[in-house]
Design a protein around this ligand. Structure first.
Ligand code: ARG
Length: 241
């Protein structure tokens, strides 16, 4: 009995925190070289509320819904920092941002914004996927500092990532009446379990080392038959030739 109790205690205490589900069902990113272009959007007091990616030294792509109710000067972009408890990397407020004409709400599409930074950042930027890139069935990587479960209240300060396959448009349309294949794509598993979640919005969905999607919306997080919905970046941005 005593041995069993000790054993249970051992298992509880030595199960490393990073073995627990992250993003939802993901893992900690511990190599900064994998994500030089990853940025966090924070308030001036350092509270993280969205993700984003550097497209140019002074240009960040994120979701429109991350910024549309904020003034540029109230958005502090943090680059070069995986652990948000540290003060590594660099920060800059946004000098301005641009939305796509006609954006209203994520479920109607156009959920993308370009921020211009007051101070450019010295990190490698993320190339945009080429138009017509093969998407359906491809596995992408989504990155963020968001919740690790739908009802999680304390988030991890460490960047997480998860691998999720892109679903066929028909499958997505069968789940979401508002699905618009030109503006969006969805990614996830029929059984759920792995997904982006609250505060991952605006973060990049990367296919083959290129930006293909932006975390936009979903129903809850990682639920069965409720894939995450991403902005289809190739509809709004051109790949540099
Ligand atoms: N809208 C959420 C945010 O603002 C992100 C939702 C993504 N949800 C999902 N199940 N993939 O952070």
């Amino acid at each position: 009995m005593r041995l069993l109790a000790v054993l249970i205690l051992f298992v509880i205490t030595v199960t490393p925190a990073h073995a627990a589900p992250r993003i939802v069902g993901g893992e900690v990113v511990d190599d900064a070289g994998e994500v030089p272009w990853m940025v966090a959007l924070t308030t001036s007091s350092g509270h993280q509320f969205c993700g984003g990616a550097l497209l140019g030294p002074g240009q960040v792509v994120t979701a429109a819904h991350c910024v549309d109710d904020r003034t540029p000067g109230s958005i502090t972009v943090v680059g070069g920092r995986l652990d948000l408890r540290t003060d590594g990397g660099s920060t800059s407020v946004a000098a301005s941002y641009e939305l796509v004409e006609g954006y209203s709400t994520p479920s109607r599409g156009k959920d993308i914004a370009l921020l211009t930074l007051a101070e450019p950042m010295p990190y490698r930027t993320l190339p945009v996927a080429a138009a017509g890139v093969h998407m359906n069935g491809s596995v992408g990587v989504v990155y963020g500092w968001g919740r690790q479960a739908e009802n999680d209240t304390d988030k991890s300060p460490l960047l997480h990532k998860a691998y999720v396959p892109i679903m066929a448009d028909e499958q997505c349309a069968a789940t979401y009446a508002r699905y618009d294949a030109q503006a969006m794509f969805c990614a996830g598993y029929p059984d759920g379990g792995i997904d982006a979640c609250i505060d991952d919005s605006g973060g990049p969905f990367v296919v083959g080392g290129r930006l293909a999607g932006i975390v936009s919306w979903g129903i809850g997080c990682a639920r069965p038959n409720a894939p995450g919905v991403y902005t289809r970046v190739t509809t709004y941005l051109n790949a540099a030739s």
